[in-house]
Design a protein. Structure first.
Length: 360
């Protein structure tokens, strides 16, 4: 049997007409053009019927161009919040309903606050002529308004989780910008509870990684402030100690003066046999003079910064006694045999002994 008969009848191959191919090609082109148009307009395929408002698109274009004041006006009009002022900013229901536009308004206010002072991350560098802890009033105003908007959508359970995490992260950056690092850490922690700080390669969101990074910096700033406070306290104690020392020195000076001018020093300098040898003919009187020079009232007065007190009458009375003692010592010295007389007596005694021995 022929091979064709064993396989059965062969079906005819279908060949579509040329216009079908043209129709498919046109549909693909239209789909590509439509995707590009809607993609540029912020269309989300997960929410095919939700698109950015023309006002929001306009505000985003102004933000990209650095025109933050104009973008703020557009978004405030779109949300109905009114302008940011000393009394804060309005919080209508539209802020929660139009949460994407509200987040853009908070981001715009952050950029406006950054213009009044140091850039984000350089907050510790004070402006020229400004105190380190001083915050520009306009910066503080923009931050307060931004926190009202951002925290409203961050704590709203109806808002998508990714946007809530970004709102907490933005709130932390706002607190960081005005150096409220503890509040910043609290907002970063809230963001990390929603989006863990994993690398995008590991399936994480970049907001979680950025929140973890900024949180670590905020904790380091808190530790630096605590260390600076301890150092300033120690410096203050060190500065206070020299002030107290001069007050205590005069008291110690009086004690030293009393010890130096006491009887024991006077006795050592001029008393006994040593005093006689040092003083020569002056005797005990010379010892008293040395004692006065070593530790008398003059030294005590110099330490305390006061003139020496005048001598009392009691100190002048002993002068006659000292004079009589000196006269008595002089008389004894005159009556005492001289060295030549003592030598002559010793020689005479030796002569007598020799004569006695010869006679025997």
């Amino acid at each position: 049997m022929p091979k064709a008969e064993r396989l059965g009848p062969v079906r005819a191959r279908f060949r579509p007409p040329g216009w079908v191919w043209l129709a498919l090609l046109g549909a693909c082109l239209l789909g590509a053009v439509g995707w590009l148009a809607t993609g540029c307009g912020g269309w989300d395929p997960t929410e095919p019927f939700d698109r950015n408002s023309p006002d929001v698109d306009r505000a985003i274009e102004l933000m990209d161009g650095g025109q933050f004041e104009s973008a703020e006006e557009v978004l405030e009009t779109y949300l109905g919040t009114g302008p940011c002022g000393d009394g804060g900013i309005g919080l209508p229901q539209a802020v929660r309903d139009k949460h994407s536009g509200a987040f853009d308004l908070g981001l715009t206010l952050f950029y406006l606050a950054e213009k009044f002072g140091q850039r984000f991350g350089d907050e510790e560098l004070a402006e020229e002529g400004a105190e380190p802890d001083e915050i520009d009033p306009q910066r503080a105003l923009e931050i307060d308004c931004a926190l009202i908007i951002v925290q409203a959508i961050a704590h709203d359970g109806k808002v998508p989780l990714e946007l809530r995490a970004r709102a907490f992260y933005l709130a932390g950056n706002l607190e960081f910008l005005r150096r409220q690092y503890e509040d910043a850490v609290r907002h970063y922690d809230a963001a990390l509870q929603i989006v863990p700080g994993l690398y995008p390669e590991a399936g994480g969101d970049s907001i979680g990684r950025d929140a973890a990074w900024n949180r670590a910096i905020a904790l380091r700033r808190i530790q630096d402030e605590q260390d600076a406070g301890q150092d300033s306290g120690q410096d203050g104690e060190a500065d206070a100690q020299p002030d107290a020392q001069p007050d205590a020195e005069p008291d110690a000076g009086d004690d030293d003066g009393g010890d130096d001018g006491g009887d024991e020093d006077a006795g050592d300098d001029g008393g006994g046999e040593d005093g006689g040898q040092d003083a020569g003919d002056g005797g005990d009187g010379g010892g008293n003079e040395d004692a006065g020079q070593d530790g008398g009232d003059l030294d005590a007065g110099g330490d305390a910064g006061q003139p020496p007190p005048e001598p009392d009458d009691a100190d002048q009375d002993p002068e006659p006694e000292d004079t009589s003692q000196m006269d008595r010592l002089l008389d004894e010295l005159e009556e005492a045999p001289t060295y030549q007389e003592a030598d002559a007596k010793r020689r005479a005694a030796r002569t007598r002994r020799r004569r006695v021995m010869e006679d025997k």
